[in-house]
Design a protein. Structure first.
Lengths: 292, 280
């Protein structure tokens, strides 16, 4: 997907700083200085080790922090300016938190997905339509799942219900915090394919936070790398992956392909460092074996 | 030794919608063995973990831990031998401070004070937690909390440690350090470890891998033996480490790769051998 580079960012952080419990003895500085813009339709991975500030960035988007003016902008408007309608922001940026249980409110799947649209004052018919559409989009068939108990579902299913609840709000921006944590290989593969499809079908702006580049490198086209509350890298996925040594030093999990390539470069020094898919690596190896 | 014989287990026994979570399972685990148990969500691996530490009891068949049958009347005998750590440490940390939490189990065994203090000290040391022994648990990172949970289990001086997906919510580097600590504990204390995981590359670090699907045991062997079954594992929703999968693909295209290939270094060595033999 190509977007005009001159278009203003949909979300922007400018010299963002944040200290938890500011002015108390337990104050801790989570974000020292972070600036970046996200354009409409971009798929951005915000990556970094634990304590790097990723979750604080998510909380800033979710408007869970008391922000100072001049730091966080949505469609060019300062979200902390006096008079800005912050509740409207909830209809613009949908957030899926790391623990699905923290955002599942109702006992029954259908009621949980309906919670947001109902609270937003949508008519019952429209709410029902959105619940059906959102559950189906997440491969949770509406007739089969709408009356199931949330607690009786597996972790992967609960995460999909949480995503359906956010999707039902029809927000143009979707933010996911560690969406793959706790899922088994099949669950991860399915969620990955689903998110790629949803993003392109609905022309969503996607923001994924993770300490691991494995799934994020297949989902995103750009990485913003945070460390110690600062931006340390920002660029296209393959460009960032070429700095594998620096990423490994930061305790960021590299994709398995990158790790294997790093080993194999001792044997084939010209093996490209930014290979993302197994097929690609197989082709490169067969080429080199044929030459030998 | 853990002996599982013809074990079946169903949740909500007797009801029409009772689901068999485990079916006719047979398994023997020697003292001191390092075992990884893999399977997709719902394959029965966590149910097995809960049966081994007497949180659940067999519907049919039996489990014996060093000869003691897992039954309700033996629950304390069993839990003295098998300690468990769950996925979310917040589910099992009960006290406010690190040291108090680690002491909680031994205190309930009614041990003398000096013995409790000694166990707390050595468990904290084994997990690298001595410096934060006095801290509040709520101030710790998820990786530190998981270490406290393991220290608490260790303070019970069990014969077997069952780890039920303790790493699935941790960043990989943190998870790797935890696994290497568990490996050290196994070598030093001779304690058997059963580690339930979704991570194939983590499972490859264990001496034995047991694969479960739909409540049955489907594969059992060394990592090299198990990860040879690339197609079978994919069929049941699992995966193999990337290097093993690549080796499988290259072999099927006629590259004569020798030996067991589980990680990048194995693959590099095998490829180097192929290149040398074609050059000569």
């Amino acid at each position: 997907m190509t977007h005009d580079a001159g278009e203003p960012p949909i979300i922007e952080l400018r010299d963002f700083r944040y200290t938890y419990l500011e002015g108390t003895p337990r104050a801790s500085e989570a974000i020292r200085d972070v600036s970046f813009g996200i354009r409409h339709g971009e798929r951005v991975g915000i990556v970094g080790p634990t304590q790097s500030g990723k979750s604080t960035v998510v909380d800033a988007f979710a408007h869970l922090l008391r922000l100072k003016p001049g730091q966080v902008f949505y469609k060019g408007e300062d979200v902390a300016a006096p008079g800005y309608d912050r509740s409207a922001l909830r209809r613009e940026i949908g957030i899926v938190f790391q623990q699905p249980d923290s955002q599942l409110i109702e006992d029954v799947v259908g009621a949980d997905v309906a919670f947001g649209p109902t609270a937003a004052g949508l008519p019952a018919g429209e709410t029902r339509r959105r619940v059906e559409e959102s559950l189906n989009a997440l491969n949770l068939s509406y007739p089969e799942y709408r009356l199931r108990y949330v607690h009786a579902l597996s972790g992967g299913q609960r995460r999909r219900v949480a995503i359906a609840g956010v999707l039902a709000m029809h927000t143009p921006v979707l933010v996911l915090d560690e969406p793959m944590a706790g899922l088994d290989p099949r669950g991860r593969r399915e969620l990955l394919e689903l998110l790629i499809r949803l993003q392109s079908d609905r022309d969503l702006t996607l923001v994924v936070c993770s300490a691991s580049l494995s799934d994020a490198s297949l989902l995103c086209d750009r990485f913003v790398v945070l460390d110690g509350g600062r931006t340390v890298m920002d660029g296209p996925v393959r460009e960032v992956l070429r700095e594998a040594d620096r990423l490994a030093e930061l305790d960021i999990t590299l994709p398995e392909t990158v790790n294997v390539v790093r080993e194999l470069q001792e044997l084939f020094p010209d093996l490209p460092a930014d290979i993302l898919a197994e097929d690609e690596l197989e082709v490169e190896l067969l080429k080199r074996l044929g030459a030998a | 030794m853990i002996e599982v014989k013809d074990l079946s287990f169903a949740y909500r026994t007797g009801e029409a919608d009772a689901v068999p979570a485990l079916r006719d399972l047979n398994l023997k685990i020697e003292p001191g063995q390092l075992v990884a148990i893999i399977g997709h969500n719902g394959s029965g691996k966590s149910t097995l973990a809960k049966l081994l530490c007497a949180v659940l009891y067999p519907t049919e068949g039996e489990i014996r831990i060093d000869g003691v049958p897992v039954r309700e009347e033996n629950q304390w005998e069993v839990r003295r031998r098998v300690a468990v750590v769950f996925q979310d440490p917040d589910d099992q940390l009960v006290m406010n401070r690190v040291e108090d939490d680690v002491a909680f189990g031994p205190e309930n065994l009614g041990l003398p004070r000096e013995e409790i203090a000694e166990r707390v000290r050595s468990s904290l040391e084994a997990l690298g937690l001595v410096e934060i022994g006095g801290r509040l648990i709520e101030d710790l990172s998820p990786g530190q909390k998981q270490r406290v949970a393991i220290a608490g289990a260790l303070a019970m001086r069990p014969r077997f440690l069952v780890l039920d997906e303790p790493t699935s919510l941790l960043p990989v580097p943190v998870a790797r350090r935890l696994i290497s600590t568990v490996g050290d504990l196994n070598r030093r204390e001779g304690m058997g470890v059963l580690h339930v995981t979704h991570s194939m590359s983590e499972a490859a670090l264990f001496e034995r891998v047991v694969v479960m699907d739909e409540g049955c045991l489907v594969l059992d062997g060394t990592p090299a033996e198990v990860f040879r079954h690339v197609e079978r594992l994919r069929e049941i929703g699992l995966d193999v480490p990337l290097a093993a999968s690549l080796a499988h693909r290259l072999r099927s295209r006629g590259t004569p790769l020798e030996g067991d290939i589980l990680d990048g270094a194995d693959l590099r060595n095998a490829l180097a051998a192929v290149r040398e033999s074609t050059a000569s």
